[in-house]
Design a protein around this ligand. Structure first.
Ligand code: ZN
Length: 276
């Protein structure tokens, strides 16, 4: 028995990850092309028929693309949606969403042998009314293993931290470097939104959140892997994101966390935990 996790793509070009056990496979966001998702699932030996469900963080196109939605629709993959996110997606895709198998997502849902809990994050604009993060838990030999997942949030509050403590794998947005964003060509209003409490998370804020999650985790073996996700193409580099989190962890004498950066169009290494 094992719990496996892989990020297929992360960033403004498209977001998609998959978490799976022997019985269950859940797609997290489907913001890439259907072809890309199929090819990458194939390389992990996961067929579309084996997808138990897809869950969606919010209705921005890089998290639910027309092509990704078509893939789910054609293959009858059940789509678990918070009711506000259903409305946001419906505004964008209309009837195409109605033709999907959809289920309303409740705060604590169990999808076969994976417990899925959602919580609010801070990300909103004229097109989306709500965005959520997830924690996925799976029990092996009476021990609980957990994956925490937060991308696209303007800030990290105590409630988000509380939902992420004791994660074995953590995915957290490390979107922008403050100086690079400040110097960038982007329109002032867009920059203002990115740095606002409803936009995206800076490298520094991501690093501080990782430290706080580690500090508050009662299981001191937790947080084995941290993926720095949704790294901006224009206002960040994987190296800067990595360096910021590494240095911040070192200052707090945290040395047992493996930090990884995600890629925009290439899947990351698969992490297998809870294997026996
Ligand atoms: Zn977004």
């Amino acid at each position: 028995m094992s719990l496996n996790f892989c990020i297929l793509a992360s960033g403004s070009n498209g977001n998609c990850s998959v978490i799976w056990t022997e019985k269950t496979a859940i797609l997290i966001d489907c913001g890439c092309s259907g072809k890309y998702i199929v090819e990458n699932l194939d390389s992990l030996d996961i067929s579309l028929q084996n997808l138990t469900a897809a869950v969606i963080t919010h209705a921005h196109m890089d998290h639910i693309s027309a092509s990704g939605l078509r893939l789910l629709r054609k293959n009858n993959v059940p789509l678990y949606l918070h009711e506000d996110i259903f409305r946001d997606v419906f505004r964008k895709y209309g009837k195409k969403l109605e033709e999907c198998v959809t289920t309303t997502f409740y705060e604590d849902s169990r999808i076969k042998d994976i417990d899925v809990k959602y919580f609010d994050v801070h990300h909103k604009d004229a097109n989306i009314s709500r965005a959520i993060g997830f924690s996925f838990s799976h029990v092996v030999n009476a021990k609980q293993y957990k994956v925490g997942y937060v991308t696209d949030t303007g800030k990290i509050c105590d409630k988000i931290i509380k939902n992420l403590v004791n994660s074995d794998i953590l995915v957290i947005e490390s979107n922008y470097d403050r100086m690079m964003l400040n110097d960038s060509f982007r329109p002032y209003d867009n920059k203002r939104w990115v740095i606002s409490d409803w936009g995206h998370l800076s490298n520094e804020d991501a690093a501080d959140a990782v430290c706080e999650i580690k500090r508050l985790s009662s299981n001191k073996d937790s947080l084995k892997y941290v993926f720095l996700a949704h790294i901006s193409k224009h206002h960040n580099t994987p190296e800067l994101a990595m360096q910021t989190t590494r240095e911040t962890l070192l200052k707090k004498s945290i040395a047992d966390v493996k930090i990884l950066t995600t890629k925009r169009k290439q899947k990351c290494a698969t992490i297998r935990i809870a294997a026996n």
